[in-house]
Design a binder for this molecule. Sequence first.
Ligand SMILES: [Zn+2]
Length: 331
Amino acid sequence: MKFEIYLTTILIILCSACNGPKSPESLPKAKNSEKIYTLVEMSHADISQLDKEKTVVLLQGGILEEHGPHLPVWSDGYISMQATRDVAQIIADSTDLNVLIFPIVPLGTAGFNGVGGKDIYPGTYAVTFSVLRAIFMNLATELGEQGFSKIMVIHIHGTQEHSLAIDQACEYFDDTYDGFMVNLFSLAGINWYQDDKFKSEEEISEDPWAVHADMFETSLTLYLVPDLVKDRHKEQEPLSYESWEDILQLSSESDWQGYVGSPRLASQELGKKIMHAWSSALGSIAIRIIKGEDYSVMSKWSDGHEPGKHSREIDDQHEKWLRSKGYLYTR
Ligand SMILES: [Zn+2]
């Protein structure tokens, strides 16, 4: 019996060695789905085995950004990572496509702290608009040149400038290669979110919308990484508002603590509900696009926006230094 097992093992090893490239069935897979592949675990031979026409690439991103005294600076990253896992599962369950998940890009542009004019703030480590766009244009080029034709970006961070950088990289892919590259967050926007679906009347008066490190985002983070929040959100005083002007005013105060709204109203149960609703919204846009819906006519979160002043100032500062040293490319 033992000998039989030993012999079978040897045969399996020999067969896998003499059969040439591994079959797609033998590639590394996420635990929950045989059609979901994790790029960092694969060799180039594994990746070459994928049928590119039948593979959706998911690029995920998170910004390092202050989220008040009660939330980790990787809050948006945790939300993007969960949304990516959920969307991968939705695609694997609803289509005959494979999903290839890239590791998360830990960079984004335009932290919320800039809204009130605090461009530099502990916990926020942003790149400029042009750098974020270049990162995703570079990935678009690599993927397009290698024959991938279905690319979806999940990079959850609410400033429109941030979405615009990724939207422009997607536009570059569409103009240059066959297939599509889309920014799911920008296409889903916030239309799926309705306060009265998630909050009572009293809660709405204390925490009117979904903005930053507030009831909404604190609930999500509490749901995803409770040990990193503990009960710190309960100590934050509500910073309510009635208009966008009020938010600008609050966030420009010298002692502003990096959040608006009312984190103390957050709960894990609410976070679970919101995460499910958000992933479903992103997943349903993804499926509509895979099935051929024309996304060029859909509205985008970045519509009507342009790169911010801080990004342009930092780019100028860098370019000036590079020029002074003779390090700029001659194009
Ligand atoms: Zn956030």
